[in-house]
Design a protein around this ligand. Sequence first.
Ligand SMILES: [Zn+2]
Length: 83
Amino acid sequence: MSGKKNALKKLTERREQSQIDGKIDDSRLYAGAPMHFYCKYCGVATEVLPELYTGIPKTVCDACQTLVKKGWHDNKMPSFPYH
Ligand SMILES: [Zn+2]
């Protein structure tokens, strides 16, 4: 299997897993709870930051970042369910 094919297969697997795992809905957590961030492409957790975080949260995971850099990513942003 080529590196590209394998990488895209892994992307599909991450998306499938994210559909199952879902995301944490920060709006339903108590005030002051940390914020959860997910990859916009595959839905894996990228960062958990304090509610009053400063800076820009990471919204693309390392694996997707690599795909984007190589020009292999399909750039689709599916929606993933919340818990
Ligand atoms: Zn990703």
